[in-house]
Design a protein around this ligand. Sequence first.
Ligand code: NZQ
Ligand code: ZN
Length: 386
Amino acid sequence: MLNFSFHAPTRIHFGRDQVRQLTSEIPAGSRVLLTSGGSSIRVNGVLEAVLAQLAHCTVIEFAGIEPNPEFETLRRAVELGRREQADWVLAVGGGSVIDGSKWIAAALDLDPAIDPWLLVGNKTRVRSARPLGVVLTLPATGAESNHVGVISRRETQDKQSFRSEHVFPRFAVLDPCFTFSLPPRQVGNGVVDAFVHTLEQYLTYPVDARVQDRMAEGILQTLIEVGPQTLAEPGNYDARANYMWAANQALFGLVGAGQPQDWASHAIGHELTALYGLDHARSLSVIVPALLQYCRADKAGKLLQYGQRVWGLAGSDAGIIDAAIAATRDFFVRMGLPVTLAEAGIDAAEAALRVEANLPRHKPQPVGEHGKLTPADCAAIVRMSV
Ligand code: NZQ
Ligand code: ZN
């Protein structure tokens, strides 16, 4: 097992009616910048439920944070927060609202003389941030209890992450009932994103991290079970609760502690989203099967373990690896996601060239668990995703 330090300061309130915890989590008299996305929380009653718990605070609403949160939109939120002297940020939504709010919380505390874009990619240090709380409505990213944010700037085709201990949410409310209104597309996306987060931290090379391996295998098997069940039985609370907790634990930090990590499919996927507007999870579902093929020799030990323990496969080593990659692909298909760029309406040859050119602007190269996938390797993987 590799050395690690682990710190997870977010208090999680999980289950029905846990939104009531807002009353004690946010101090009386606070000026709360309540951030949200499009219209979903207005339509499904989540906003009403949240506001009912905030009578002890002054609420300043900022709506309109789009999927793949846009720098220019977030800047407007910071202007509003400054003008209204917000001393708390409360994100109500999915990964995009939460990530955007992490950036807002940090930018509110940033010296106005510093260009706030420099926060992205950690080109300037986050020294402090306003306290941030979260009410999660889309289980997928794990953003509700981690310290990473991913911000986009369409004008320059940038999509890049930043991280800081200061943007860990203080608390997160996870009520599975708040996800009942999710359309099937977002359920599929959420399950696949959480599945790939687990793979990025598990499907590398063995370091005898048995607890982490078995946690990863448990999360993967749970998602394989509850993903299709959630699609088939949209009103099933228990399926949603297990999906919500699995997605949280996938990127909570424990699965990856002491493990080598990959994240190459995310690096390539972020470029595809920045270039073509592909949903985050769909950028992963088209890349992961090709990446596993391309890296099958380096990943052989863990691919075998994955095939045997997660999918119950037996036979020759090569046969198990082939079948494990095929089963992964089939699972993405069952969740309603594309597994080729053609299905997503993207020309693979052109995408490969553009990804190869853009990747080095956003990620230290090379990538992957061995740090040996060059932009040319990533382009080859994109070309295989046909
Ligand atoms: O905007 P509204 O109207 O709220 O609609 C949203 C949005 O259109 C909708 N939605 C959310 N909750 C809903 C709902 N619709 C009905 N009922 C509900 N309860 O879902 C759509 C997508 O929302 P979004 O927040 O964009 O999805 P997701 O949670 O998948 O977040 C994706 C973003 O997170 C980043 C991605 O790159 C992408 O920018 N990631 C963040 C990570 C992190 N912070 O650790 C890691 C991930 O790998 C990922 O990169
Ligand atoms: Zn992801």
